[in-house]
Design a protein around this ligand. Structure first.
Ligand code: ADP
Ligand code: MG
Length: 698
């Protein structure tokens, strides 16, 4: 039967070499199998008749039953058209043809019952149906049910291969499918997940009789697609962890113990403890750790990273933590030094602006093993940065680093160091399972105690006076304020102007009393930025005016108000990140989203989501619905998946089912020895050998 799927499409009746070539070029269809996997994007309901007097409520196409009682031709030359009056018990509607007038006129029969199918149009306030499909009710039984609509292209359409033409070709293949189209899932998986057979699914996806059949066919085909994707990820993960041995950190070590008993300023949250245990287990496993740590802003990831690094140090290994910006690297360095004050640990900072003499010293310290913990930006990736014995690399805010950059860290020791990737941009479960299926995932789903929910409001320009009065009362209470402006153009040069224009306009409209202001933007030198940041951190300035350079990671617990100007210009995850800069101390914090009045539907949705939710995972879900996986994960990464029928936005439940089934299979029959699993092995072997091996770098 596989022969059928592999048969070249030009052997199909009515195709031939020319059309075959076009099908290949336009839709990538080369074989019968490809055509069978060219799925309808929508169906037209032809399962029930519509009354003519109900047409105005109908959506799209309608199926009518009635008779023609008049036919007439009007117009001349190009304007010639044919019309007919079609009626049922409830009324009349005009049918119109702009082409093929004579031929149609001759074929139409007056006063005979027709089944008519078409799309009503409102023209000059009157309903009519252009170019309807007519079938005599007395003749062959008119087909009812759900009719498929296929994606096609203009060029194919010109050769008769529009949706209807493709439908016809597919209907020629379907009877040939025969009794035993090869099943690609085991009967166990089909039963457990209530899936119809592959053969049934392929027939029903093209020729369904009911809505339910469409549903069943779709679920089966989506499941299969997602199942093999998940299986592939699981197998690659297994291969890569068995291929790469990992350093074993046997001891908890004196550094960790000392820190835990004498330096830890607060009780760890349950979630932090759980994650540290997970990491500890990896350290003992002998396999290379590749772990993604997800935790909402402010959930205390830095501390978890530090404690993991202390374990590495306690086992005579060095550690490094890499951040996406200099501000953030500086801040990490400060925080880590503060946490470990008085402990015999040497921490160094290496960024693009580290002076040469300083840098030389650090390089030396790394080579002779005196530096225990290196904090830095991607300056760490440079080949000149070599370690005596690095055992753990923490990458903060992962979404800013690419896979290629990550892989560079692998080569910093004979055996790759363990990798812990931290991200504060929660990734919806569906996407995490699909894009990071090859990583272990830890989640911190609990904030440190005593945090008050940030209150978020949406305000307009006309409320500015009120907003500034509010800011004033907060400053008078001793609090500090962030005011963030968007980059209107993606250009560093304009950054500064936008910021200054914005800030001036804002302060002119309501001059704040003479509070001190820090300003940070992308065009400043990093020491200037740092200077301004420090003034704000020390409380010397009350307001921080900035572009999104402060989006990531900055920690000033006394700041309680985040004003986001032109908030409609930011994406959801960015807004959530920005909001996460406040609410880090014990005081009630606020986020004020300033926008113009006229907002797109999507912008409104973003604002209301922010106002209604503080949960990064909920927000990530909405973000996925609004933007789709391509925008969220990067189009290139998304494109690699090449999903034919599944939609990661909507099919989360099926992803989970498929993931579970794949996991179960791998656990219960890891060598695919059961008879019914042999066909799965065959399929997955094909998939694994036909794609490049990402396992080596992920
Ligand atoms: P993020 O996950 O966004 O990187 P941070 O690591 O910056 O969060 O932590 C946010 C703040 O919470 C810091 O000031 C940190 O010291 C504090 N913190 C971390 N863990 C706890 C805890 N268990 N109890 C109280 N405060 C904590
Ligand atoms: Mg952080």
């Amino acid at each position: 039967m596989n022969d059928l799927a592999a048969t070249p499409i030009e052997y199909l009746k009515g195709v031939g070499p020319q059309k075959a070539q076009l099908l290949h070029k336009e839709l990538g269809i080369k074989t019968y199998g490809d055509l069978l996997f060219h799925f309808p994007y929508r169906y037209v309901d032809r399962s029930s008749f519509t009354n003519i007097n109900e047409i105005q409520y109908a959506e799209n196409h309608v199926l009518l039953k009635g008779k023609i009682d008049q036919i007439r031709e009007t117009g001349k030359g190009r304007y010639k058209k044919l019309s007919a009056r079609f009626g049922d018990e409830t009324g009349y509607i005009d049918l119109v043809w702009f082409q093929g007038g004579k031929w149609i006129k001759d074929s139409l029969k007056v006063n005979e019952v027709y089944h008519l199918f078409g799309k009503p149009k409102l023209y000059a306030q009157k309903w009519s149906i252009p170019h309807p499909e007519m079938t005599l009710a007395s003749g062959q039984k008119a087909r009812t049910g759900f009719f498929p609509l296929y994606p096609s292209t203009e060029k194919l359409g010109a050769k008769g291969l529009h949706s209807k033409g493709l439908e016809k070709l597919i209907s020629l293949i379907i009877p040939q499918i025969g009794p035993a189209y090869p099943e690609t899932l085991s009967s166990e998986i089909c039963t457990e997940n209530r899936l119809i057979s592959k053969k049934q699914a392929l027939i029903k996806i093209h020729q369904p009789n009911t809505q339910n059949e469409i549903q069943e066919a779709r679920i089966r085909l989506k499941f299969e697609e997602l199942f093999y994707l998940q299986l592939e990820l699981l197998i690659r993960k297994k291969l890569s962890s068995s291929r790469h041995k990992g350093f074993i950190f046997k001891e908890i070590g004196t550094q960790f113990n000392d820190f835990y008993s004498a330096h830890l300023p607060f009780e760890l949250t349950g979630a932090q403890k759980k994650v540290i245990k997970e990491i500890r287990k990896d350290f003992l496993s002998g396999q290379h750790m590749n772990r993604l740590l997800q935790g909402d802003v402010g959930s205390g990831k830095t501390l978890v990273a530090l404690m993991a690094m202390l374990i590495a140090i306690g086992n005579k290994f060095q550690s490094a933590i890499m951040a996406p910006t200099e501000i953030l690297a500086n801040q990490h360095c400060e925080t880590l030094k503060e946490f470990t004050k008085g402990m015999p640990i040497r921490i160094e900072l290496l960024t693009g602006s580290t002076k040469k003499s300083e840098r030389t010293k650090i390089h030396e310290g790394l080579m002779n093993g005196e530096v225990d913990l290196l904090v830095g930006t991607h300056a760490l990736l440079e080949d000149t940065v070599q370690f005596k014995n690095i055992g753990l690399v923490v990458i903060d805010e992962q979404h800013r680093f690419g896979v290629a950059q990550r892989s560079k860290m692998w080569r910093k020791n004979i055996q790759p160091p363990h990798i812990l990737i931290m991200t504060a941009t929660p990734i919806p479960r569906t996407l995490a399972m699909t894009f990071y299926g090859d990583l272990e995932v830890s989640v911190i789903d609990e904030l440190p105690p005593g945090r008050k929910e940030i209150q978020t409001v949406h305000r307009y320009e006309k409320n500015r006076l009120q907003v500034f009065k509010f800011i004033e009362t907060q400053i008078e209470k001793g609090r500090q304020i962030y005011m963030v402006f968007p980059l209107i153009q993606e250009s560093e040069k304009l950054d500064f102007h936008n910021l200054m224009d914005g800030f001036e306009a804002v302060s002119r409209s309501f001059p704040l009393p003479r509070y001190k202001v820090s300003i940070v933007h992308g065009q400043m030198k990093s020491d200037e930025k740092e200077f301004e940041m420090q003034r704000f951190i020390k409380g010397e300035t009350q307001i921080m005016v900035a572009t999104t350079v402060i989006e990531v990671g900055v920690n000033v617990p006394n700041a309680t108000v985040m004003v986001i100007e032109s908030a409609e210009r930011f994406g959801l995850s960015q807004l959530h990140q920005l909001r996460g800069r406040v609410g880090r101390g014990g005081e009630q914090s606020y986020c004020i989203l300033m926008t113009k009045v006229e907002l797109s539907k999507e912008s409104k949705k973003r604002m209301s989501t922010m106002v209604n939710s503080n949960d990064g995972f909920d927000i990530a879900e909405v973000d996925l619905q609004l933007r789709g996986p391509g925008d969220l994960m990067g189009t290139q990464q998304s494109g690699e998946l090449d999903l034919k029928i599944s939609d990661l936005r909507k099919d989360g439940a099926i992803v989970t089912m498929a993931r579970e089934a794949a996991r179960k299979l791998i656990n219960e029959d890891p060598k695919f020895q059961k008879d019914q699993n042999k066909r799965i092995l065959k399929t997955i072997e094909f998939i694994l050998t036909s794609k490049p091996d990402w396992g080596k770098i992920a």
